[in-house]
Each structure stands twice: as C-alpha cells, then as structure tokens.
Design a protein around this ligand. Structure first.
Ligand code: UD1
Length: 420
C-alpha cells in the first residue's frame, strides 16, 4: 500500500490549478445512463472513484473511453439493471444509478451500500423518494430491488437536504411524465452542475421563488457535451495548505463563491485573501487565530473540509471547537493528529482543540479521503519527516496531489514499501 513520505516545515508558495470536481463528475457520468446517445464529458478528474464509475457504466452496458480528462460514453449493449456488490462496496455513490435505471427500465437491483468509515450512511431518503414516485422497494439477499409498473409525478419533501438523494431522485424524475416538485433539496454546487448537465440532455428543470425545484418529465433525453465544474474541496484543501504552512498560494481555475464561507473563516483566522473571477490567493497568517466551525449543508461549512480545518486549528493560538453536524463518525483523523502533537479532545460530535506551537513529525494512518488529506497538511507543517500511510484513501479524491504539492515547494514522495 502506498505511503507518502513528507519532509515538512516548508512554506508552500506558488500557483496551483484546480481540476474538475469528483463529486460533480460522479453523478454526471451516472446521468449518461438516462440516454442511449453519445455523451462527452470534459474536465473529468483522474481518480480512483472515477475509474470505479467507469466500471459501473460498463457493467450496465456502456462503452467508455477516458483520455486527457474527457470521458466519451456510448451505448455498447442494452441497459442492464443489476449492479453487484463488488462494485457498490468500492464507492457508495454507485447507488446513484438507481434513479436512471428505475426511470428507464422501471427496475433496478443494486447491492445495498454498507456502512463506511465515516458512519452508517443510510439511503432511506433516496428510497422514500422512489416509493413516492411509485416504485416498490424490496430488500433481497443484500440487494435493494426497485420495481415499478408505472412511475408518476409527485411532490417530494426531503427530510434532510441529502446531496446523493437529491441527485438520484432528480435524475429519475427527468423521465417521468408530468411535474415532480422537490422541496428541501441539497444546494451544493455539484447538484447544480448535474442539473445543468441534465438540462443540456433536454431535461426540463427549473426552480421557483420558494426554492422548490420542478422537473417536468420528458419522453427521452439526448446525448450531452458538458464540462465538469471546479472542485471546491480541492480548492479549500490547497488554501488551507497555504495557511498551515505559513505560505502564499494562488489557486487558479476555481469558483471563489463556491468557497465563500471558508474564505471568510480563513480571513477570521488571520489569512489575507484576494480573489478574482476564477482564482483565490491566500497569504498565511503570522499567527493563526482560532475560529470555531460547524459543518452544515451548503452554503454552510463543508463537512469535506472539516478535517483540513481541524488540522489548521491544531496550530491556532487559543481554543477552537470544530463541530461535525453532517456525519456521525468523522473524526478518525483526530487521534492521528494527536500523535503529531496536537491537543484535541472529542466530545460527541465536537472536537475541542487547544492550539499548540508546533506539530511534530510522525507515522500516521489515513482512514478516509478527507481525513487523509488533513494528515498530509499536518505533515507539511511539521518540521521533519512524517509518513502518511494508506494513501489509497487520498487517491479517491485528489488528482495528482503530490505532484501539485511538489510544484508548490513541498517535499513529498510516494513510496510503496515491499510487502513481505
Ligand atoms: C455527498 C458527497 C460527500 C459529502 C456529502 C455531504 C458525493 C459523491 N459525496 O455524499 O463527499 O461529504 O455529500 O456534503 O457527492 N443520509 C441519511 N439518509 C439518506 C441519505 C443521507 O440519513 O438517505 C445522511 C447521511 O448519513 C449523512 C447526511 O445525511 O449523515 C448527509 O449525506 P448526503 O448529503 O446524502 O451525502 P452523500 O450524498 O452520501
């Protein structure tokens, strides 16, 4: 298993370009199941989760080529309806194929996604929505079987603005004749990128003044050409990397408004932020000030940036509270940060941090994607040699992470210890 060997203590400086968003690319690739026509999707990041999605599309009857950041998807065979556990277990978002399959085939059989490192992660909100649209939901030998004689438009009020449920149900509604009205949907930029992609396939989707989303189903969707939006989580991670190492970084090809609350908090922490249309520059604070955060659905503080923020606050002068209000078990990086000299106590869903003057290098283990990135940031700040194990988690979401960090002056090498 790959490790990162990091010689920390260097201020990161320079410019980094942000690639396409993983969390937008995944549902947009899945949306190609809604048509037999050719789809061309640009700015797709080269990541493990994208490769898994390509395998999923192929297993369901698509032909996919992926070259130079462009995925071209065409029909290979008739659309299949079953997705086995070995693909679902690699990535929870596999379950998002339910919406398109149900819409087109009135039938989908998908292994029930299990728990994952950051909690139980149920799909009850998705299933409740499918039931309301007219599907029968049966659990059979670990598979969720969704079947419908006919799907009918309805009003769906999500009990929580789940990103995945919003995307799954929206995709389904695109092919249901009549008006399906959604309330309390997720408003993450990735959801709107999916909506734009669906619209370019011919879907009729609009939002009213109350923020309800109305989907007027069409008989058929056509192919699309779409370029995936910038990855705001990568953007945030690099900005925090600049702050934690005392550096000065310009992040290019991003959408500054997508990270508004983070930029505000970075300024409160003492960083100097300047922005342009598609770039953000950060000059690190001399002294990091403590800034409490609570994760929340967009436009609140992104749960995916909680771990990097926690890493930053370990070096703040004073006490900070980092509250995780989206996922139930998302502090696995905290004990690893403690191994690097951080002072963190977890009480329920709150990490109570007393800032320390410096972090010390150590061997630490990533146990999920964003937690792993946070450990890399901490190691970049800690003077001396650290080792971050289980890099495969980080590879799920950060394209060319070590190359980009190296270009900013970091000393980071990927290493694969010989397995005995
Ligand atoms: C997506 C993102 C993930 C991000 C998360 C929250 C992708 C591929 N992943 O995940 O990076 O951290 O949004 O911004 O886009 N929940 C239920 N029942 C459901 C669905 C969700 O209880 O049916 C709960 C989850 O357990 C979690 C919370 O709702 O506690 C948020 O989940 P959700 O917004 O659905 O996240 P994902 O779409 O899985």
């Amino acid at each position: 298993m790959d490790q990162f060997i990091i010689n920390g203590g260097r201020k990161l400086k320079g410019t980094v370009e942000i690639g396409g968003s993983k969390n937008a690319a995944l549902p947009i690739l899945i949306a190609t199941l809604l048509t037999d026509e050719k789809c061309v999707i640009k700015r797709v990041p080269k990541l493990r989760d994208i490769n898994t999605t390509i395998k999923i599309l192929e297993a369901l009857g698509k032909k996919v080529t992926f070259e130079n950041g462009t995925c071209t998807i065409t029909k290979q065979t008739a659309l299949k309806v079953k997705l086995p556990y070995d693909l679902v277990k690699q990535m929870r978002a596999s379950f998002w194929v339910a919406g398109p399959l149900l819409a087109r085939k009135k039938h989908a059989e998908i292994a029930l996604p299990g728990g994952c490192a950051i909690g139980v992660r149920p799909v009850d909100i998705h299933l409740k929505g499918f039931k309301k649209l007219g599907a029968k939901v049966i659990l059979n030998e670990g598979n969720i079987v969704l079947k419908a004689k006919k799907l009918a438009p309805t009003k769906i009020i999500l009990s929580f603005p789940s990103v995945g449920a919003t995307q799954n149900l929206l995709m389904c509604a695109c092919l249901i004749k009549g008006k399906t009205v959604f309330e309390n949907i997720a408003r993450e930029p990735e959801v709107f990128d999916l909506i734009n992609a669906l619209k370019s396939m011919g879907a009729k989707i609009c939002m009213d003044q109350q923020g309800r989303v109305i989907v007027e189903g069409v008989d058929k969707l056509k192919g699309m050409k779409h370029s995936v939006c910038a990855d705001r989580i990568q953007t945030g991670t690099f900005l925090i990397a600049g702050a934690i190492t005392g550096g000065e970084i310009t992040v290019k090809n991003c959408v500054p408004e997508d990270n508004e609350i983070l930029l505000e908090y970075l300024q409160e922490a003492g960083a100097k932020i300047t922005t342009g249309k598609d770039w953000v520059k950060i000059k690190a604070p001399k002294t990091i000030k403590p800034v409490n955060i609570k994760t929340a659905p967009y436009p609140g503080f992104a749960t995916d940036l909680q771990a990097p923020w926690l890493a930053l606050m370990t070096l703040a002068k004073g006490n900070t509270e980092v509250s995780e209000d989206i996922f139930e078990n998302r502090f696995m990086h905290a004990p690893e940060l403690v191994r690097m000299g951080a002072n963190i106590i977890i009480e329920k869903n709150v990490a109570k941090v007393t800032g320390v003057a410096k972090l010390t290098p150590a061997t630490v283990m990533s146990s999920d994607l964003r937690g792993g990135a946070a450990l890399v940031l901490a190691a970049l700040a800690a003077k001396g040699q650290s080792c971050v194990e289980r890099v495969y988690h980080i590879d799920r979401g950060y394209e060319e992470f070590e190359q980009k960090l190296t270009a900013l002056g970091a000393k980071i090498k990927r290493y694969n210890p010989v397995q005995i």
